[in-house]
Design a protein around this ligand. Structure first.
Ligand code: ATP
Ligand code: MG
Ligand code: MG
Length: 432
């Protein structure tokens, strides 16, 4: 009976633990959150294997089956070496990783056995650990841009002394910048955790209480009219020479309580000239870094029309989620794979739609606060607007990014915004 024979074969395969990913190129990924998950979603149809270092049931692991995943922390040197030993390339979905061990792997490799012999295995690391180390320290990151020889505008900044000297150091910042100014943790921050807006000297004590144990710096307040972001694909040849920096369209990002909540492509009420300048500036910024991959450049648009760099993320980014549907032939995730593996990337990145809105789904007060929104997005069909739901397989907690909705349209961003209003109102309501 042929059917039974087929079943027998399947069982044999299971016993051998034979994976369909055997023989595929393996990218070892430090971190397995939603960015890693969407990277896997792009990798699966391309037959690229992603080995993820993170907790057992991390969002990315749910989306990609392989026997190469490693359980542990992306800050643990031993686990990172274990991942390196089973990967052809290494990359990251988060910048807060151990860069010492990445440097060591690049220099000395990790021991692996081939035909009974131990050899040093050196998977190329992209982006470079140099870039990751620089970007981890937001103060040094911007000092680097300042001294790069390119015209990269940043907010004035000063390092804040630690320990007993912190208060005097803050007073000095207040004198130099005036109020308000921003006090920031140099390392480890995301979604605005690690930022403290100082409105007057009265806030010093509370700021020291909140952040005083961390290395800090102060930034002059940027009186921006909008926040923009540009994703850039950076490619290099095998000896590390810059090949190209290709920008995606400029987008407008909306932050509420320092968390990105919405993205608009193109930016609303921003001229084409400003968007073009933003794209140029973003490519200049990324050209000063090292390694291949996609990078996000966050910037402020000031009242006088000038641009100022806020920070860079050396990986796929929230502001680029919209590219999955709006630039489907080369989403930021596919671009990350192409760049890391040195596959071709387009010379220009032109969206296939006229406008797009990305709405983050942040966890609400109750674990199921977002359920109505999810079911609405699943069931929406409209001639002028496409609605795409992404849930990340994460437990809902207040203000946690648990999913997003991308809406694309064939008319202006204003018309799309009007059409998308029910969704926009709902995401806002979930947060309250
Ligand atoms: P991310 O999640 O993007 O990594 P982060 O924790 O690194 O965020 P920043 O990007 O430094 O934080 O700041 C978060 C937000 O705070 C910015 O997007 C902006 O809205 C506001 N902000 C930061 N720096 C300044 C500044 N100097 N002046 C005014 N607003 C600022
Ligand atoms: Mg940041
Ligand atoms: Mg930021």
């Amino acid at each position: 009976k042929p059917e039974e024979e087929d079943e027998d074969e399947d069982e044999d395969e299971d016993e051998d633990d034979d994976m369909s990913t055997e023989g595929n190129t393996v990218i070892g990924l430090l971190g397995g959150g939603q960015l890693g998950r969407m990277l896997c979603e792009a990798a699966n149809p391309l037959g690229i294997d992603i080995a993820i270092l993170d907790d057992h049931n991390a969002p990315a692991k749910q989306a990609h089956n392989t026997n190469r995943h490693v359980v542990g922390s992306f800050k643990d040197p031993e686990r990172i070496k274990e991942l390196a030993a089973r990967s052809d390339y290494l990359s990251v979905e988060i910048e807060h990783v151990d860069t010492e061990v990445l440097e060591e792997i690049e220099k000395n490799g990790v021991p692996i056995e081939i035909n009974g012999e131990t050899v040093a295995h050196r998977p190329p690391i992209h982006p470079s650990w140099r870039t990751l180390r620089l970007i981890q320290d937001k103060y040094l990151q911007k000092e680097h841009f300042k001294s790069s020889g390119k015209k990269i505008p940043i907010a004035e900044q000063i390092a804040i002394e630690s320990g007993d000297a912190t208060l005097d150091s803050l007073k000095k910042a207040g004198k130099q910048f005036g109020f308000p100014f921003m006090l920031k943790a140099r390392k480890g921050s995301y979604d605005g955790r690690g930022n403290f807006k100082i409105n007057s000297e009265d806030d010093f004590a509370e700021a020291i209480k909140a952040l005083g144990t961390l290395p800090l710096y102060a930034e002059k307040w940027a009186p921006f009219v909008k926040e923009l972001a540009v994703m850039v694909i950076r490619t290099e040849d095998s000896d590390g020479k810059l090949k190209s920096c290709v920008p995606y369209p400029a987008v407008e990002t909306i932050h509420e309580d320092s968390i990105c909540t919405k993205v608009f492509m193109p930016p609303r009420e921003v001229s084409e000239d400003v968007c073009e300048r933003a794209r140029k500036l973003a490519t200049e910024v990324i050209s000063t870094l090292w390694g291949r991959g996609v990078f996000a450049v966050e910037m402020f648009l000031l009242e006088d029309g000038s641009l100022m760099i806020n920070e860079v993320a050396p990986r796929p980014h929230n502001s680029g989620h919209y590219t999955i549907e709006a630039v489907p032939y080369m989403s930021q995730y596919k671009a990350q794979l192409h760049a890391v593996l040195d596959l071709p990337v387009p010379e220009k990145l032109i969206p296939r739609v006229k406008s797009s809105i990305m709405l983050n789904i942040l966890g609400g007060a109750k674990p199921d606060s977002h359920h109505y929104l999810s079911s609405l997005a699943r069931g929406t069909f409209d001639e002028d607007m496409d609605v795409y739901l992404h849930l990340y397989g994460k437990e809902s907690k207040p203000s946690r990014k648990i999913g997003h909705i991308t809406i694309t349209g064939f008319r202006s961003i204003q018309e799309l915004e009007a059409k998308a209003k029910p969704f926009i109102d709902l995401v806002d309501k979930i947060r309250q």
